[in-house]
Ligand binder design. Structure first.
Ligand SMILES: NC(=O)c1ccc[n+]([C@@H]2O[C@H](COP(=O)([O-])OP(=O)(O)OC[C@H]3O[C@@H](n4cnc5c(N)ncnc54)[C@H](OP(=O)(O)O)[C@@H]3O)[C@@H](O)[C@H]2O)c1
Length: 330
């Protein structure tokens, strides 16, 4: 039996081209003990595969040239060396990849219950896309009833679920999508409260109009210029879940500064203003005074004298010429 599979032939520069891939034929692999052989019935394509086609590591190692392209698959067990997964069982494999057959240990596979939903849905709403939407929105976005939730790539695998879950939470949901058909779908079929086309020249104004109370949660699937338009609308205490940066995937810059570091290293960036935390003052004074008295806190001051030295000291401070806390003795 022959397994046809798609391998990475060249590392794409920009948007991938057909020549970057090659279809190969190889013998169908045989399952080891504890494994099963799957005949794939559908593949779920994920933008993150593009990230692995470049040379740099992101949150996953890059593919090597000649590797079968990474992706999820639904398959039926056609040969089993795992008693828990008899022939005929339908399963989801996160590492099935772009090919007709794959082997995997039974412990890595998720049984697909076709009485709940057809196989393809287990790659989407009931699979990785839905789970990404669920944890990203609920655990990181922490939406509350009445919040405005904005999601980009709103008609897609993740975004469509983000918006629909947010509606279940009683939020006002605004989708961002490309083109009139997707915008109409997001409101008419998915039930979002509003949707905006980011390809329109007046996108930023349209988004502002769609979010009259500002934005409490932004679920970012794309990054780039779309994200830039959301920034000024964020409300105090708002949350941004950085899920994906698809607008930047073709740049081959996933080792670069900024957003890829935030995404791949799961960084938390949290703005804060001291005056919101005055309830901590007693704790602060207790601890800091005790460390100071014990000699654990070194004080470095940049002292000058007289009212006339205020402005020069201020300027020196802003240009880094001060050394320590700037104090003017009057
Ligand atoms: N963090 C995680 O664990 C995780 C897991 C799964 C997915 N993701 C990320 O979630 C995002 C969505 O993934 P998906 O699988 O649901 O894909 P998807 O939304 O079904 O498909 C990708 C969509 O991205 C939009 N897009 C493409 N290029 C764009 C650009 N330059 N600017 C703005 N939008 C652009 C397109 O929609 P429009 O036509 O509306 O532009 C396209 O339909 C991706 O960034 C993906 O990497 C992250």
């Amino acid at each position: 039996m022959i397994n046809r599979r798609i391998v990475l032939a060249a590392r794409p520069q920009g948007v991938p081209r057909p020549e970057d891939f090659r279809i190969e034929s190889a013998p169908v692999p045989r399952p080891e003990a504890g494994e099963v052989l799957l005949r794939h019935t559908c593949l779920g394509l994920a933008p993150a595969a593009r990230l692995r086609m470049g040379e740099q590591a992101s949150y996953r190692e890059p593919m090597a040239l000649g590797d079968v392209v990474y992706g999820q698959a639904i398959g039926r067990v056609v040969e089993s060396r795992d008693p828990g997964l008899p022939v005929g069982t339908s399963v989801m494999s996160v590492s099935g990849s772009w090919q007709e057959y794959s082997t995997a240990p039974g412990s890595n596979l998720v049984k697909v219950d076709e009485t709940i939903a057809p196989p393809s849905v287990w790659l989407g709403a009931l699979g990785t896309s839905g789970m990404t939407a669920y944890v990203g929105l609920l655990d990181l976005g922490q939406p509350r009833e009445g919040d405005t939730v904005v999601v980009s790539a709103a008609s897609g695998g993740v975004g469509s679920n983000v918006g629909q879950i947010a509606r279940q939470m009683g939020c006002r949901v605004v989708g961002i999508a490309g083109g009139a058909a997707k915008v109409a779908h997001v409101t008419a079929q998915l039930g979002f409260d509003a949707a905006v086309d980011y390809r329109c020249a007046d996108f930023a104004e349209q988004l502002r109009a769609a979010c009259p109370s500002g934005v409490d949660v932004y679920f970012d699937n794309v990054g780039g210029a779309v994200r830039d338009a959301v920034w000024p609308l964020m409300n105090q205490g708002g949350r941004i879940a950085v899920c994906g940066l698809i607008a930047e995937y073709n740049d081959n810059r996933q080792d670069g500064p900024g957003w890829f570091q935030i995404l791949s290293k799961r960084l938390k960036i949290h703005g804060f203003i001291m005056s919101d935390h005055l309830h901590r003052r007693a704790d602060f004074l207790r601890d800091m005074a005790s460390w100071y008295r014990a000699g654990h806190i070194h004080v470095q001051e940049d002292i000058s004298d007289g009212l006339e030295s205020v402005v020069p000291a201020f300027i020196r401070m802003l240009t880094g010429e001060n050394f320590g806390k700037t104090i003017v003795r009057i």
